[in-house]
Design a protein around this ligand. Structure first.
Ligand SMILES: Cc1ncc(COP(=O)(O)O)c(C=O)c1O
Length: 337
């Protein structure tokens, strides 16, 4: 069985590697841990967003849009990936950034400017409270100039974007099959829900019931994301007439690893990042993958991924969804003595 995808534009380097984390697995007593290196979808285009953008920007081009509008936080990976992809495709891009301009710029924001994005800053509270009005004004201002804007929200977590991670699911399943693995757990960070929704869509369309997909939220809470992801799956099902029974899809979101809040790192997380760095030479990021990996290891210790009747834990595939440029602006949280 294979999936019929909507049209897309090729931007990411695919397939990304699926690597065995051998030294880390050994240190955990033999648990088989793999990492799906979606931080290697590109350099400037790295991370999970680019898989979603392959579908959205194909649609923008098809509709003859000439400016792409989206928004995110100051260190938004989504905004940076959108800026890079639009530069490559010759599309103008307007990024509405939630927060203050504090030059000199660092990390993703530095890259947004480097890629020629039009960047506007909006006080965070006001943006949260009046997002629809602010976005609407931005869209209208381009329409008044007789331009054709194409808008999508933070994380590109809309039905069309979901196909990116349905495709990632299929790609990973093939890599696992080549290794002789059919049953496993897949784990991803959840920030706006599109990655988790996409993986679940892939699982459903391929009938891969031996794979359990887990999300670990890095903001809000499990109940919020269960609802968001189900709604996104419902919309995708309706929009593409997939005939899925969405109410029956199990949506597992593990809460408890947000810490004090979105993008605020904590000690266990930093220790996990150091452990992964020292044993595997892999850099996680402090906003998404650091928290999700920390949560995954904690849940592993608690036996979460063990199936009834099995003595060993099944293999785990952690999706490294990128975020590397967001590490450097948070350097003050890291001490090495
Ligand atoms: C590096 C990284 N990992 C994970 C996520 C979470 O993905 P999603 O927004 O699809 O839940 C994001 C974005 O939110 C991200 O930038």
């Amino acid at each position: 069985m294979s999936i019929e995808y909507p049209p897309s534009v090729s931007l990411a380097y695919l397939p990304t590697p699926l690597q065995h984390m051998k030294r880390l697995s050994d240190s955990l007593g033999g648990q088989t841990l793999y990492i799906k290196r979606d931080d290697l979808t590109g350099m400037e285009l790295s991370g999970n967003k680019i898989r979603k953008l392959e579908f959205l920007l194909a649609d923008a081009l098809r509709k003859k849009a000439d400016v792409v509008i989206t928004y995110g936080g100051v260190q938004s990976n989504h905004c940076r990936a959108t800026a890079a992809a639009c530069a490559k495709l010759g599309l103008r891009v307007h990024l509405m950034i939630r927060g203050q301009a504090q030059p000199p710029y660092d990390g993703n924001l530095l890259l947004d400017e480097l890629f020629g994005a039009e960047v506007t800053f909006h006080p965070a509270e006001e943006f949260r409270a009046q997002k629809e009005r602010i976005v609407d004004e931005c869209i209208r201002s381009y329409q008044k100039q007789r331009r054709k804007p194409y808008y999508f929200p933070v994380g590109a977590s809309v039905p069309l974007g979901c196909w990116g991670y349905a495709r990632a699911f299929e790609e990973t399943l093939e890599q696992l099959k080549a290794l002789g693995i059919t049953a496993c757990n897949m784990v991803t960070a959840v920030g706006s829900g599109g990655t988790l929704a996409g993986l679940l869509l892939g699982r459903e369309l391929l009938g891969a019931s031996d794979v359990t997909v887990w999300g670990i939220n890095v903001c809000d809470d499990a109940a919020y994301f269960q609802q968001e992801v189900r709604q996104l799956l419902e919309e995708t099902n309706d929009q593409f007439q997939l005939g899925l029974s969405v109410a029956r899809i199990p949506i597992h979101v593990i809460d408890g690893y947000v810490g004090e809040g979105y993008a605020i790192p904590y000690e266990d997380e930093i220790e996990t990042m150091k452990q992964v760095g020292r044993l595997e030479g892999i850099a996680l990021d402090p906003v998404y993958t650091g928290k999700a990996f920390c949560g995954m290891l904690d849940q592993l210790r608690k036996g979460k991924f063990r199936k009834p009747g099995l003595s060993d834990q099944e293999a785990i595939v952690f999706f490294h969804t990128g975020g590397t440029f967001g590490l450097f602006p948070q350097k003050e949280h890291f001490r090495f003595d």
